[in-house]
Ligand binder design. Structure first.
Ligand code: SF4
Ligand code: MG
Length: 317
């Protein structure tokens, strides 16, 4: 709720002027139990910072993160550590987070021992169980990470995140580094695991095709703010925000008779340390008008669960 994460940045010749990179600049959204909520947007829009803030890997600047009605930013370090089992993260490159000297079995044992969740004997059976769920054989778990391909390593990363029986899993570009055919396998695995283990996903990706395939609801971010949010089918068939329209115009249509015109955006994403006045998207928006220069549009619900921040949808106030 109104989450902000501003990173201090020293600038000027004496590195004295303190400026702030507004990585996440006041976003609000809700993730429902057992759904997949996706955050999309170009790199640097604040998606990853949002995910990491939820795990308090970054301490947010302000706002609330409510989990089961409680603001986890108010939790003591100790209470948060207990809760941390429920909230796990899967990264783009599992290899960098896997200790090369450990076997898969040891890698899966580690979180169980740190969180003291079970005895060593129980751990053995939990490891076999999760390995089987992610498609790793009993024999494979005695090997080391470097003996696996990229897709299999991501299976190890998934197993490591799921071994603690989390409720919420944050997937940050979890399939982005994989070949398209492997991507599909891992995505289908994630979808099956979600059903099987009743998981709630926050899916972070820049890939609109992948997002369409996995999500129940989608939020579109730009320059640290939420531009639009809607259920997946609604967003893809009826995008309202000019930024969403341009993103969707870039993905090839599956229907050859429904040729869309590609909307090419002018310029680059502005520096989040120095965002424009008014609407964050106005420097690249084909519909920008006077009001957009002076006033940041309100983020409002214009249809059932369809939210947008754009003056084109302001009611006559
Ligand atoms: Fe474009 Fe203005 Fe809407 Fe921003 S508020 S997206 S600049 S029309
Ligand atoms: Mg990122």
């Amino acid at each position: 709720n109104n989450l902000k994460k501003h990173f201090p940045q020293k600038s000027g010749i004496f590195k004295k002027t303190k400026n702030y990179v507004r990585a996440v600049d006041g976003i609000s959204f809700e993730i429902k139990e057992e759904e997949t909520f996706s955050l999309v947007g170009e790199s640097g829009c604040g998606k990853s910072t949002t995910g990491r803030s939820i795990l308090r890997l970054h301490e947010p600047t302000s706002g609330e993160i409510l989990y089961d009605g409680q603001d986890i930013l108010e939790f003591s370090k100790g209470d948060f550590r207990k809760l941390r089992k429920d909230l796990q993260m899967i990264f783009q490159d599992p290899y960098s987070s896997l200790n090369p000297r450990m076997t898969v079995k040891k890698l899966l044992m580690e979180p169980l021992l740190t969180h003291h969740v079970c005895t060593k004997e129980e751990a053995e059976s939990r490891i076999l169980d999760i390995a089987q769920k992610v498609g790793l054989s009993k024999e494979q778990i005695n090997r080391h990470p470097h003996e696996f391909s990229g897709g299999q390593r991501q299976r190890i990363g998934i197993a490591r995140a799921l071994i603690l029986n989390p409720k919420v899993v944050i997937l940050d570009e979890a399939v982005s580094a994989l070949d398209v055919s492997i991507q599909a396998q891992i995505l289908n695995l994630l979808i099956d695991l979600q059903k099987d283990l009743k998981l709630t996903y926050l899916f972070i990706s820049h890939d609109l095709n992948v997002v369409r395939h996995v999500s129940d609801r989608v939020g579109v971010m730009y320059l640290g703010q939420m531009m639009e949010m809607a259920p997946t089918d609604e967003l893809y068939s009826n995008p309202l925000h000019p930024y969403t329209e341009s993103l969707l115009s870039a993905i090839p249509s599956s229907d050859p008779f429904k040729k869309k015109e590609r909307i090419i955006l002018q310029g680059d994403v502005p520096d989040p340390a120095n965002p424009p006045s008014g609407c964050p998207f106005r420097l690249r928006c084909p519909h920008a008008h006077e009001r957009c220069v002076v006033e940041n549009p309100k983020y409002q619900e214009v249809k059932d669960d369809h939210w947008v921040a754009c003056h084109l949808y302001d009611n006559n106030e």
